[in-house]
Design a protein around this ligand. Structure first.
Ligand SMILES: C[S@@+](CC[C@H](N)C(=O)[O-])C[C@H]1O[C@@H](n2cnc3c(N)ncnc32)[C@H](O)[C@@H]1O
Length: 555
């Protein structure tokens, strides 16, 4: 509803851009004028007199972005008063358990921050010359390169130790045995993208973003890590497989696992991604980007198993990836589906269990069920078993027979004793590692082994469309877990919140580059399930999360 409104005196230039008389404006919109803007966009196809209205509506389009920003910043400020906290700014140093950092995780704060951030990013894109936007996009590999350079040289740690006065690039270069001009341009490129801050010419400090990467190790150890890294990097033309020091990420503060994730992304994934367009354009998926970049024939999982540094970095990176998003994804994975409705003594298989974190959550949530942890024989022997043996709580679940560990190959038939006896296959973050053909094979093997009342609980991110999807919402309704109600973001925001919510699309490209794999939309899952005799019964999701539980049964 428009509370107070006065039509501006506007003229329309040849390009249809509104000019207006500022003194006469008095606009107040309690809510963004969605219907009016949508109507305006429809009018955009007309000509003549209507062009005037279109120009006016274009002006309102800009205005409503500002309105969304200011309304949501007001909301955050009101929440600050209510919670006695302040939303951190870029000038703060990141401390995980700090009251202000915890404040940013309150669902209402997340919602308001996403809306304001989305509107701000869209406004910035509206205002930037499109050619420069394209250049930004095409050149973003340099930001990845600079991020890895800074992180592997442990500059966030050196700046954390240096404190508010920061360090001159010459001092950083001297400590790390590198060239000052490299440090300067690396940190300046990143500071321009709000990572680090240049407080005087050539003097840098950490900001909230860069300080997340500090391992908090003492300076002598940090410099030793950098020195070792330099000695292990091959001289001359570097082969793709350069040694990685996994031990950097151990025995350190939470920043170490975040650094592992950032360094893995800006190293392996960055190199693999460079080759993905060649594969996509040729439409030839016989090799993936990782295999081409690393001149390696096997899959990335085998590569990790054979190269201990990479394996350690990848394992730390998986922990770090949750920290960067700071969600409760582990818990959320087992919320939604009603485990209590499964009869006493039923068998639940956690397929592709990894370390078995979610199997343990299910076992504790539903002690009346028998949980089988299935993974590759080598993963069960080298990862799952040691994890479950060294923890008393887990070991207790095994010794009392509630939990069993089982080495299998999910592409082959389920073990004979599982045929017809499993009530639920729980499958979290397994399918996103594989192309469609592989997922079809696994679903077919499960279809062959499953009894008529068997369910599959798939836990994966669901890729949101970047436009509204009322048809899909009707066809695949989502049951919300926890508080809140799903609402379409106000126009003119993209329905997926655009750049404020881009990480899932980047993860999708990561799995594509590393394994020709995919994150999927709900329609993608419905299609794969339909081809293998399964159907979707229900989908559970939390507000603001892409992670979903998709409950499936035999069609
Ligand atoms: C991304 S991890 C997910 C682990 C765990 N479900 C989670 O959500 O943390 C994928 C898992 O699939 C397992 N996996 C890969 N290939 C497999 C196969 N052929 N048979 C069984 N498990 C496999 C991997 O060993 C790994 O543990």
């Amino acid at each position: 509803m428009i509370q107070a409104f006065q039509m501006p005196r506007c003229t329309v230039s040849r390009m249809g851009i509104v000019k207006w008389v500022p003194g006469r404006m008095k606009w107040r919109f309690p809510d963004p004028p969605v219907q009016i803007i949508r109507a305006g966009l429809r009018l955009g196809t007309s000509k003549g007199d209507v062009t005037l209205k279109l120009g006016w509506l274009r002006f309102m389009y800009q205005f409503s972005l500002v309105d969304i920003i200011s309304k949501n910043i007001d909301a955050i400020e009101a929440l600050e008063k209510q919670h006695g906290a302040k939303h951190p700014t870029l000038d703060d140093i990141y401390v995980e358990d700090n009251t202000n950092e915890k404040f940013t995780l309150i669902p209402e704060v997340i919602d308001a921050a996403l809306l304001a951030g989305s509107a701000a990013a869209q406004l910035a894109s509206n205002l930037k010359l499109p050619g420069l936007t394209l250049l930004d996009r095409a050149n973003c590999m340099h930001i990845a390169a600079a991020t890895r350079t800074a992180s592997e040289l442990c500059i966030p740690d050196l700046l954390l130790i240096a404190g508010p006065n920061g360090l001159h690039v010459k001092d950083i270069a001297a400590k790390t045995n590198t060239a000052p001009f490299i440090i300067a341009r690396t940190l300046r490129l990143l500071a321009t993208h709000y990572v680090f801050k240049e407080i005087k010419p050539d003097v840098f400090i950490n900001n909230r973003t860069s300080s997340m990467l500090a391992t908090e190790k003492p300076e002598a150890e940090i410099l030793q890590i950098v020195k070792k890294r330099q000695q292990t990097l091959p001289a001359g033309t570097a082969p793709a497989v350069i040694p990685v020091q996994g031990d950097k990420y151990l025995n350190a503060g939470p920043g170490a696992i975040i650094a592992a994730f950032i360094e893995q992304t800006s190293d392996e994934c960055f190199k693999a991604s460079a080759f993905f367009p060649d594969i996509a354009i040729r439409n030839d998926f016989s090799k993936n980007g990782f295999q081409i970049a690393y001149q390696y024939d096997d899959l990335v999982w085998e590569f990790h198993e054979k190269t201990p540094g990479y394996l350690q970095r990848m394992q730390s990176a998986m922990l770090g990836s949750t920290k960067t998003r700071r969600t409760r994804q582990s818990l959320e994975a087992v919320e939604g589906f009603d485990w209590s409705a499964i009869p006493e003594g039923s068998v639940v298989v956690d397929l592709g269990t990894g370390s078995g974190l979610h199997a343990e959550l299910i076992a504790n949530k539903a002690p009346h069920l028998k949980i089988v942890l299935q993974d590759r024989v080598s993963t069960i022997a080298n990862v799952t078993k040691p994890t479950w043996e060294k923890d008393n709580g887990k070991a207790g679940l095994v010794s009392k027979g509630q939990v069993t560990l089982e080495g299998i190959n999910m592409f082959e038939s389920q073990p004979a004793h599982r045929h017809g006896t499993v009530k639920v296959y729980f499958i979290r973050h397994v399918f996103h590692d594989w192309p469609d053909e592989a997922v079809l094979t696994v679903l077919t093997r499960l279809q062959e082994a499953a009894a008529a009342d068997c369910k599959i609980v798939i836990v994966e991110h669901l890729i949101p469309y970047s436009c509204p999807d009322p048809e899909g919402e009707k066809q695949f309704p989502v049951t919300i877990v926890g508080e809140g109600k799903k609402e379409e973001p106000p126009a003119p925001l993209l329905s997926n919140l655009g750049a404020a919510h881009s990480d899932i699309y980047l993860v999708d490209y990561t799995v594509a580059a590393m394994a020709n794999a995919r994150e999927r939309t709900i329609r993608d899952f419905a299609d794969l399930l339909g081809q293998t005799g399964w159907k979707i019964d229900q989908t559970f999701q939390r507000i603001g999360q892409d992670l979903a539980q998709v409950i499936c049964s035999k069609a």
